[in-house]
Design a binder for this molecule. Structure first.
Ligand code: NAD
Length: 470
C-alpha cells in the first residue's frame, strides 16, 4: 500500500482507495488518501524543511543527477507501474521513463547554471562608483498538481526545477495515477535529498487540491491539467506565482510539397500514442487537397496496421483510454460527427476501453471533434486549397499549445510559422514533437509559463537586485 510523505516521514492516510489497472480492471495497488488536516501538516513540514535545509547548487546538482541515474536503473519497475495505472503500452511507458531520466538530468544542470546578471549601473547619469547585480533566490514551498496522462515525466518537470531552484515541494498527483510519483519520491530521497524538502498528498482535486489552493503559505503553483481546473487555480493563486499547462486542440498541417513518407509515421505517432491522451496529440490534420489522394490512403493503412489492445503485449501501439467514462465521451464525439455528415475512414469502434485508431473526414466547425479537446486516438482530416485557409483553421481554437507543419519550402516554413498562434511551432514534425530541453507551454487558453528545466527553474525562483556604492 502507498503512504503519504508528511514532515519527511511516510505515513498512512485517513482512508484507502483501491487502484485498478486500466485494461483488465484488476487491483494492482492501494492509494493512501490524505485528510485535510494532513494536507495542512504536509505544508507545515515542507515549510520547515525549506527553512532548515538550504542545499548548495552543487548539492542540488549531485542529488538530481543521482536521481536521474536511479530512475534509469528502475525502468522496468516504473514502466510496469505505468502500464497498470495509466494503461500505457510498454513503448509509451519506457519512453516516459527515458524522458524523465533526461528531465532530471536537465534539472541538475539548471541548478548549476542558475545565474543572475551584472547591471552596468555606471552607464546611467550620476551613477559613478556604483555596481549592481541580480541573484535568483528560491521562492519557498512550490505546490505541484499533475494530471493522469504523464504520471512520471510531468511530475519530474515540476519537482526537478523546483528542487534545482532550492525550493521545497508539495505534490498532489492525479488520483488516477498516484503510485508512480511515490516511486519517484523514493528515488529522490535515496539519491540524497533531505526528505523534509518533499511532501506528497493524495486524494481528489475537490478536497485535497482545493485545500492546497487555500493554503497561503504556498509560494507558487505549478499545474498541468484541464483549462477548467487551471482557471480555478489562477483565481486562488492571487498575487502568487503560477505556471499553467492546460488543455489543447493541436493541429498539424501537411503542405503539397511535404515529404509524405516522412510525415505519416510522425502523424500516426502523434495522433495515437498514449491512446491520443497527450495534450499535443494531432486532433485536426490539415491536408492540402492536391496531395490528399496520395496521403489519405497511406494514413489509413498505417492506422489500420497500428495494433490496439492489451498494453502488456509488446506489439500493442494503442492501449486503453484512462476510464470507461473518458472512452464513452470520445465515442460520443465520433458518433455525433458521423450522424452530422462526417465520414469514418478508419476505426470508430471501442472494445472495453480500447478505442481503435480513428480517422474522420468531412468534419464541420461545429462538431465536437473539431471544437472540443477529445483526448482520444481520433484524427479529423480537413482539406484546404490555400495555406491561408490552413492557418485560419489551425488558429481557429481557444487553445494554442502546439502545431506541426510539414513542407519542403523554406519560405512557407518561415512565413507560416510567424502566423501560427501557438506556444510551439514544429516544422517537419507533428504537433507533439517535444524535447524536454525546450521551453514548453501554451498561449491563449492553453495557459502560460514554461516547462523545460532551465526555464521552469527561473520561474520557480525570484530575482533580487543588489547595488553597491563604493
Ligand atoms: P484535470 O484538470 O482533471 O486534473 C489535473 C489535476 O488537478 C489532478 O491532480 C486533479 O486531482 C487536480 N484537480 C482537479 N480539480 C481540482 C481543484 N478544484 N483544485 C485543485 N486541483 C484539482 O486533468 P486530467 O484529466 O488529469 O488531465 C487531462 C488534461 O490535462 C487535458 O485537458 C490535457 O490537455 C491537460 N494536459 C495539458 C498538458 C500541457 O502541457 N498543456 C499536458 C498534459 C495534460
Amino acid at each position: 500500500m502507498s503512504k503519504l510523505l508528511i514532515n519527511g516521514h511516510w505515513v498512512d492516510g485517513e482512508s484507502v482507495q483501491v487502484l485498478k489497472d486500466k485494461y483488465h480492471e484488476k487491483e494492482y495497488g492501494q492509494m493512501a488518501v490524505a485528510s485535510v488536516q494532513q494536507v495542512i501538516e504536509a505544508v507545515d513540514g515542507a515549510l520547515k524543511g525549506f527553512e532548515s535545509n538550504q542545499l548548495s547548487p552543487y548539492d542540488r546538482y549531485q542529488i538530481l543527477m543521482q536521481a536521474s541515474r536511479l530512475t534509469k536503473e528502475r525502468i522496468h519497475i516504473l514502466s510496469e507501474l505505468m502500464k497498470n495505472e495509466a494503461g500505457f503500452t510498454m513503448p509509451d511507458a519506457e519512453n516516459e521513463v527515458r524522458r524523465c531520466v533526461q528531465t532530471l538530468e536537465l534539472s541538475a544542470e539548471a541548478a548549476k547554471h542558475l545565474n543572475g546578471e551584472l547591471i552596468p549601473m555606471e552607464v546611467a547619469s550620476g551613477m559613478k562608483n556604483r555596481i549592481g547585480y541580480t541573484i535568483r533566490m528560491p521562492r519557498g514551498v512550490i505546490c505541484a498538481i499533475t494530471p493522469f496522462n504523464s504520471p512520471l515525466n510531468t511530475v519530474a518537470h515540476k519537482v526537478g526545477p523546483a528542487l534545482a531552484g532550492g525550493n521545497a515541494v508539495i505534490l498532489k498527483p492525479s488520483e488516477i495515477t498516484p503510485l508512480t510519483s511515490v516511486e519517484l519520491f523514493k528515488i529522490l530521497i535515496e539519491a540524497g535529498l533531505p526528505s523534509s524538502l518533499l511532501a506528497l498528498v493524495n486524494g481528489s482535486g475537490e478536497t485535497i487540491g482545493r485545500q492546497l489552493l487555500l493554503d497561503q503559505r504556498i509560494a507558487y503553483y505549478a499545474f498541468t491539467g484541464s483549462t477548467r481546473v487551471g482557471l480555478e487555480i489562477q483565481k486562488a493563486a492571487g498575487l502568487r506565482g503560477l505556471q499553467l499547462e492546460l488543455g489543447s486542440i493541436a493541429s498539424t498541417i501537411v503542405c503539397h510539397d511535404a515529404d509524405i513518407d516522412m510525415a505519416i509515421p510522425k502523424i500516426i505517432n502523434a495522433g495515437f500514442r498514449k491512446a491520443g491522451q497527450v495534450c499535443t496529440s494531432v486532433q485536426k490534420l490539415l491536408v492540402d487537397r492536391r496531395i490528399s489522394a496520395t496521403l489519405i490512403p497511406k494514413l489509413i493503412a498505417a492506422a489500420k496496421a497500428a495494433k490496439a489492445g492489451d498494453p502488456s503485449d509488446r506489439a500493442t501501439i494503442i492501449g486503453p483510454i484512462i476510464s470507461h467514462a473518458h472512452a464513452m465521451r470520445a465515442m460520443s464525439f465520433v458518433k455525433e460527427a458521423i450522424e452530422s455528415g462526417a465520414q469514418l475512414l478508419s476505426g470508430g469502434t471501442c472494445v472495453g476501453n480500447v478505442m481503435e485508431p480513428t480517422i474522420l473526414i468531412n468534419v464541420k466547425d461545429d462538431m465536437r471533434v473539431y471544437c472540443e479537446e477529445i483526448f482520444a486516438p481520433v484524427i479529423s482530416i480537413l482539406e484546404f486549397d490555400h495555406i491561408d485557409e490552413a492557418v485560419m483553421r489551425a488558429n481557429d481554437s481557444p487553445f494554442g499549445l502546439a502545431v506541426g507543419l510539414f513542407t519542403s519550402n523554406l519560405s512557407t516554413a518561415f512565413q507560416t510559422a510567424r502566423r501560427l498562434r501557438f506556444g510551439g511551432i514544429h516544422i517537419n514534425e507533428a504537433s507533439s514533437a517535444r524535447a524536454d530541453v525546450m521551453p514548453f507551454g501554451g498561449v491563449k487558453n492553453s495557459g502560460f509559463g514554461r516547462e523545460g528545466p532551465a526555464y521552469a527553474t527561473r520561474e520557480m525562483t525570484e530575482e533580487r537586485l543588489i547595488t553597491i556604492a563604493y
